[in-house]
Design a protein around this ligand. Sequence first.
Ligand code: S3P
Length: 175
Amino acid sequence: MMTKNHVIYIIGFMGSGKSTAGKKLASLLGWAFIDLDNNIEEFAGKTIPEIFSQNGEEYFREIEALLLRKIESHTDTIISTGGGTPCHSGNMDFMLSTGLTIYLKLTPGQLKSRLLKSKGERPLIKDLEPHNLQTFIEKKLEDREEWYEKSDITIEGIDIDVNLLLSLVRAKLTI
Ligand code: S3P
């Protein structure tokens, strides 16, 4: 069983910049970086939109929970999760007990402007008209914050200062 110190999970809504922040933090720490969504696509041999349309969200959530638990055997690793990962299958409790969790917190308005550019690759929002996107984000974020807010560290805003994040991480971990 690994210690809690060697895995960091990056958590947050779709479009909050989890992969970008995770990669930067991994490079500062000299740790490995894993994108859970990429692992799911490799495992399934298809894209996330294809998994949702051909197999359904329930199947996606099963693979997501399965692969998240496999990653736990890694060490010195940053894992960027999907926006829904903490809210299903006991995943948030699992992450809290096996690593350090960081919530990247953006406002609905900030998320909307970022997601408008990339909604095609995200099955939960790809068919929403721009004027419905804000309402969807507000409602979904309200539901999901119950899980997100349990994170060990919360950092707010777009273009976060990764050096500040690094010092918050160092304060929590013995590294
Ligand atoms: C999802 C977020 C996506 C991906 C899937 C479902 C969600 O990841 O896991 O489309 O439920 O919010 P990103 O947060 O990286 O977009």
